[in-house]
Design a protein around this ligand. Structure first.
Ligand SMILES: Cc1cc2nc3c(=O)[nH]c(=O)nc-3n(C[C@H](O)[C@H](O)[C@H](O)COP(=O)(O)OP(=O)(O)OC[C@H]3O[C@@H](n4cnc5c(N)ncnc54)[C@H](O)[C@@H]3O)c2cc1C
Length: 462
């Protein structure tokens, strides 16, 4: 009959793992302290389920979505490929091209088919599909993985809908507060007094994971990185500003940095009519609001958008960037935390995935991608090893610990480069060199299926 698996957390990693498990004949249940589709709707009126900003879907994340058969649907809701991405000074000057990181989707690069152009249309709220030129093959699917940006809510909806189609059980509005384990199983206790039992429990409850603290103790509590991201969404277009300003972006993705002032901005065109942005402040004291308030859109939008516009104007930001910030239709304040490195991701019948296990600095945009990798590895192991969860957990550590260390080390290094006092010319040279050496490809092109295959092949025959 398969294992009963309780997944705590219906964010990006949890429901993806549930898809794998259900298909492999196990019985997953996903629980969350919120109803993710209601999120954000409590303080300010929003589109149904519309919360957060954008994520960059890189090759490694796309490979997992491909594995569960959802990639083509999601690419229809994504931006054009990162074929016009730049790294520049805070005012937009001195740009260096950082586009076209990609991996092969079908077979080797040499047998990929020739790209043609396809056009898909944008949805009404401007957060959806791309109307620009998309690299695709004759069947309408892309033959390569090229980084795209996607509204997080589109990822949530698509994976959540696939879970619903398979009849996966959700327990919502249930906050995990305690875990007890016996020889035969594990029981989660929720704040509303209800309980749920299973053979194993997977903690996918994000950076402020209750599962991690309950299992591994207070010494594994997340640490504030002194960085705050103000994440915004703005409708783009000609003459869209109150005074007729053009709200336009010159690049698919732009990363703007002032290493002396120690602040930065990111602008991502998620569709021809939508920009997601981040205003990044460093060296800040810890936030005072409760962690439950994180990822809630600000309720004083007119005040906050004006404050941020004045702030980035003072940094010397380009005029169009200032106006895009000023005209945000939603802003979410996101304090950045990292999780101390864990020597193992499991204990007893409990295992951690995603931010709960290894939230890292966001400087490579890998958080969501690597969380999806976790789900891909664990899902494939459970599909191959059936009820033998002890071996699944052991191989999971074996595969994930070196990989997570590598990617989080690289994220730390990029942060150090961001904050170093050398001039932009040195950054240009390094960005050029790392592109030529395929540095980012090495991070993003990771093939989790090969890693799982290799680990399984080393198991002694039964
Ligand atoms: C609402 C929201 C919006 C976000 N928006 C963005 C964004 O715009 N851009 C970006 O780069 N990243 C965003 N993130 C973070 C991003 O989703 C994660 O960094 C990354 O995808 C890793 O995913 P995860 O599944 O490990 O964690 P998350 O996606 O953070 O999911 C964790 C889930 O666990 C639930 N949870 C937490 N504690 C408990 C508990 N005690 N009991 C039950 N459930 C619990 C949370 O409600 C959440 O749904 C957002 C996260 C959230 C929760």
């Amino acid at each position: 009959m398969g294992l009963k698996v309780l997944i705590v957390g219906a964010g990006n990693a949890g429901p993806l793992l549930a898809l794998y498990l259900q298909r492999a004949g196990h019985v997953p249940t996903v629980c969350d302290m919120y109803n993710p589709l209601d999120e954000g709707a409590r303080d300010v009126p929003l589109f149904f389920g519309d919360v957060g900003g954008a994520i960059a879907l890189q090759t490694n994340g796309q490979r997992v979505l491909d594995d569960v058969g959802l990639l083509d649907e999601l690419l229809q809701k994504s931006s054009e490929p990162f074929d016009n991405a730049v790294f520049a000074k805070i005012d937009g000057s001195s740009p260096v091209d950082v586009s076209n990181f990609e991996g092969t989707r079908n077979g080797s690069a040499s047998n990929a088919t020739t790209n043609t152009s396809a056009t898909v249309s944008a949805n009404a709220n401007g957060t959806g599909a791309n109307t620009g030129s998309v690299k695709s093959n004759s069947s309408g699917t892309r033959d390569k993985y090229t980084t795209v940006t996607l509204m997080r809510m589109n990822l949530q909806h698509t994976v959540g809908s696939a879970c619903n189609r398979l009849g996966i059980r959700y327990i919502l509005n249930s906050k995990l507060v305690s875990i007890s384990e016996s020889e035969s199983g594990v029981t989660a206790v929720f704040a509303n007094g209800s309980t749920a039992s299973a053979d194993v429990l997977i903690g996918a409850d994000g950076v402020h994971s209750a599962t991690r603290l309950l299992i591994f103790g207070e010494q594994t509590r997340e640490v504030f990185a002194n960085i705050i991201h103000h994440i915004g969404i703005t409708e783009l277009g000609l003459g869209k500003g109150e005074n007729g300003e053009d709200l336009v972006l010159d690049h698919t993705a732009g990363f703007y940095n002032d290493r002396v002032g120690n602040h930065g901005m990111v602008f991502l065109r998620t569709s021809p009519t939508n920009s997601a942005f981040q205003v990044i402040e460093n060296n800040l004291p810890p936030p005072t609001e409760a962690v439950e308030e994180h990822w809630r859109p600000v309720s004083n939008l007119p005040v906050e958008s004006k404050r941020l516009a004045v702030l980035v104007e003072g940094w010397g930001a380009a005029k169009n960037h200032v106006e895009i910030v000023r005209h945000a239709r939603r802003i979410t304040t996101s304090p950045i935390y990292v999780v101390p490195r864990l020597p193992s991701f499991h204990k007893g019948r409990v295992l951690l995935i995603g931010d709960a296990a290894h939230a890292m600095l966001p400087h490579l945009g890998q958080g969501t991608n690597i969380a999806m990798e976790d789900a891909g590895v664990l899902g494939n192991l459970f599909a191959s090893l059936g009820d033998d969860w002890q071996t699944v957990f052991k191989l999971y550590d074996q595969i994930r610990i070196p990989r997570i260390k590598f990617v989080s080390d690289q994220s730390n290094m990029v942060k150090a480069m961001d904050n170093a006092s050398y001039g932009h010319f040195v950054v240009k040279v390094m960005a050029f060199a790392s592109k030529r050496l395929g540095y980012l490809d090495k991070i993003a092109s990771y093939n989790f299926k090969e890693e799982v295959k290799a680990a399984l092949a080393k198991l002694p025959p039964k």
